[in-house]
Write a protein that binds this ligand. Structure first.
Ligand code: ADP
Ligand code: MG
Length: 349
């Protein structure tokens, strides 16, 4: 097992810089998720850690050793990709044993390690099958098994669940979390899905355009996003943003001390509660109600500006199309942003 230290890392392809100034300290045994929109640099950063891409600037250390010039196979990392790329002509056992055979490990040890990995992934009964006779979920487990048998210091996963259907994805997500707590190995997990990030991670790295927007525990990012990008990316449905002066003034009124430089007020759909017009911060007219059973998503048109969403207990509001409602939120659920989109941290909560 090992910690990971990424210092001042940048990546350019020719003249184009796609990542810059990346600084991250990942503790031994942590499960860290890199999350961000497509093209933000998640795979590039992961591949630099794995040694599959050169590092243009900065250093990456694994277990205290700078690995910039170390071969991928000698970094103590094992990577699982979105496309499993199993060897079609080999059995599951053969696929899982391959890297150990290449490394010249003794036969008994190989059998022992493959069997142990198969048990922990519950694929023992699949060992003699070929990949074409496996479901997507089973192939995905074999790909993870192939990584486990190598007993790496660090596991690197690049969107390993993207090819699975929704039900299997959430099941496999739980299995990966369990695997991590059982093995205790440092893991870096890349996804564009903020739900996967929130549910799996000890810590989340939010990436955007090759920069780290925020690095922290999932609930820190949810409750105290550093800026509008993180506020909008973490949480579903997205946080509502209001730029209207009336909303800003009404939100100010709920604070003990007024804040300066507020340009945007953010309130998550789940934190809006119906309120009498004297207490309400925002007002809107119902456009549409989506019923999910346990809650309603109420889509509203704001009087003055953009639309917003309230997540409400069913029937809490007689949410009929065309009805007008006011909403308030607890002061600790109000987020304030300045003209650059940075969170105005000082709150009176
Ligand atoms: P993500 O995994 O977050 O979707 P990537 O790490 O694959 O994003 O890509 C980050 C950025 O680097 C993108 O803008 C992409 O176009 C660019 N990029 C990736 N690989 C190359 C390459 N070989 N040459 C030039 N640009 C690349
Ligand atoms: Mg990618």
């Amino acid at each position: 097992m090992a910690n990971l230290n990424i210092q001042g890392v940048a990546k350019s392809y020719g003249q184009v810089e796609v990542m810059s100034g990346i600084n991250l300290k990942i503790a031994d045994g942590e499960l860290v998720v890199f999350v961000g929109p497509s093209g933000c640099g998640k795979s590039t950063l992961l591949r630099m850690i794995a040694g599959l891409e050169d590092i243009s600037e900065g250093t990456i250390s694994i277990g205290g050793n700078v690995v910039n010039d170390v071969n991928p196979s000698e970094r103590g990392v094992a990577m699982v990709f979105q496309s499993y790329a199993l060897y079609p002509h080999m059995t599951v056992f053969g696929n899982m044993a391959f890297s150990l055979q290449q490394a010249g490990r003794p036969k008994e040890e190989i059998i022992k390690r493959v069997n142990a990995a198969a048990v922990s992934l519950q694929i023992t009964e699949l060992l003699e099958r070929h990949p074409r006779n496996l479901s997507g979920g089973q192939q995905q487990r074999v790909a993870i098994g192939r990584a486990i048998v190598r007993k790496p210091e660090v596991f690197l996963f690049d969107e390993p669940l993207s090819n699975l259907d929704a039900a299997l994805r959430s099941q496999t997500r739980v299995e990966i979390a369990e695997l991590h707590s059982r093995l205790g190995t440092t893991m870096i997990y890349v996804t564009h899905d903020q739900v996967e990030a929130l549910t799996l991670a000890d810590k989340i790295v939010v990436l955007n355009k090759g920069n780290v927007e925020q690095f922290g525990a999932p609930m820190d990012l949810y409750h105290r996003p550093a800026n509008k990008f993180v506020a909008g990316f973490i949480g579903s449905p997205q946080m509502n943003f209001f730029n209207d002066q009336n909303v800003i003034s009404a939100a100010q009124d709920t604070l003990d001390k007024p804040l300066k430089d507020i340009v945007t007020v953010g309130i998550r759909p789940e934190h809006l509660t119906p309120a009498h017009k004297d207490e309400a911060i925002v007002f809107g007219t119902v456009r549409l109600v989506e019923k999910f059973g346990e809650y309603d998503l109420v889509y509203l048109s704001s009087d003055t500006e953009r639309d917003f969403i309230a997540k409400l207990v069913p029937d809490h509001v007689s949410a009929k199309r065309g009805a007008r409602h006011g909403f308030a939120a607890n002061v600790e659920h109000l987020h304030f942003f300045d003209t650059l989109g940075a969170a105005i941290a000082e709150r009176n909560a």
